[in-house]
Design a protein around this ligand. Structure first.
Ligand SMILES: NC(=O)c1ccc[n+]([C@@H]2O[C@H](COP(=O)([O-])OP(=O)(O)OC[C@H]3O[C@@H](n4cnc5c(N)ncnc54)[C@H](O)[C@@H]3O)[C@@H](O)[C@H]2O)c1
Length: 286
């Protein structure tokens, strides 16, 4: 199945990046967000990030213009009708995702593939909210989407081979490297990443070192390109907390319990880069 028209649901950190790479890859994109401000911010971010790619000589002015012309914004899921693929990137809350998938199932033709960018939630469970579980799949892009090569492709219990093949092919066509994972909480990436981030937050809470020190140890000592606390700020502390809650609940093991300091920062609205403050401070969001 050839995918030519996509809808991206959610224009936040991930959604605008997914829309960016799809539009640059030649697909017609409907970018949908329930909040008008978020949609405008998402489109502005895409414009800014395409501009950066021009400055680095990766794309031309013409490619930027053509990519932007392929993106249409919308506030309702009706904008996803007549697409070959819908990629959902709303917050990491299972009830919300199930609601969106049930609605996508109603508004899109039966052949449309429904993908979730979830970091940890069961694809099998999301698929059960639809009448087409064989067409539901996880398509887990990494942040920042225009830069990162990996797409983790997650097959739910009932995901079909044709759906998997179409999504793997699309990921390659977008210049990404897809890796298949089975549908267990956190898949591969967050099963391993989130316990490390959580441990870094515990180390900070217990005063083992300052945030800067913890990040520097992991950068210079382990050769990580970013420290775990800076990475948590990039991901969004609310997203990290939601993922840890899923790992803790679904795997039933206390080693995944979210650090109280992480809960406290999220309660304070310190969500990382997107709010201007997390474990580090950032320029206020535009
Ligand atoms: N942030 C990361 O680094 C990262 C990486 C990989 C995967 N993910 C996953 O991607 C998904 C999105 O995360 P994010 O960081 O982009 O979140 P975000 O909070 O930055 O963006 C979510 C967007 O969804 C919109 N939204 C909320 N409810 C909606 C609805 N009912 N209909 C349409 N839009 C709605 C919000 O307005 C917001 O713009 C989550 O499942 C997350 O786990 C995140």
């Amino acid at each position: 199945m050839k995918i030519e028209r996509v809808a991206v649901i959610g224009a936040g950190t991930m959604g605008n990046g997914i829309a960016h790479v799809c539009a640059l890859g030649g697909l017609a994109v409907s970018l949908v967000d329930a909040h008008a401000g978020a949609l405008d911010r998402g489109v502005a971010t895409i414009e800014r990030n395409l501009g950066r790619q021009i400055a680095r000589g990766r794309i031309t002015e013409g490619e930027r213009g053509r990519a932007l012309a392929r993106i249409a914004g919308g506030r309702s899921l009706d904008a996803a009708a007549r697409t070959d693929l819908a990629i959902e990137a709303v917050p990491e809350v299972e009830a919300l995702k199930r609601e969106i998938f049930a609605e996508l199932d109603r508004v899109t033709p039966p052949g449309t593939i429904l993908a979730s960018n979830t970091s940890s939630i069961s694809i099998t469970s999301i698929a059960a909210a639809t009448r087409r579980p064989e067409k539901v799949i996880g398509m887990h892009f990494m942040n920042p989407v225009p830069v990162m090569k990996l797409v983790e492709v997650i097959r739910g219990l009932r995901t079909g081979d044709a759906t998997t093949a179409a999504v793997m092919d699309l990921a390659r066509a977008l210049g990404k490297t897809p890796v298949e994972a089975r549908d267990f909480p956190g898949f591969v990436s967050n099963r391993i990443l989130m316990p490390m981030i959580n441990e870094a937050v515990f180390a900070l809470m217990e005063g083992v070192a300052e945030a800067e020190g913890i990040d520097t140890v992991m950068k210079l000592g382990m050769n990580h390109p970013m420290g775990p606390l800076a990475l948590a700020d990039l991901i969004g502390l609310d997203t990290c907390l939601n993922i840890l809650e899923v790992l803790h609940r679904e795997l039933g093991d206390d080693r995944y319990r979210p650090c109280p300091l992480l809960r406290q920062y999220v309660a304070a609205g310190w969500l990382g880069r997107k709010s201007g403050r997390g474990f580090h401070r950032y320029a206020p969001p535009a």
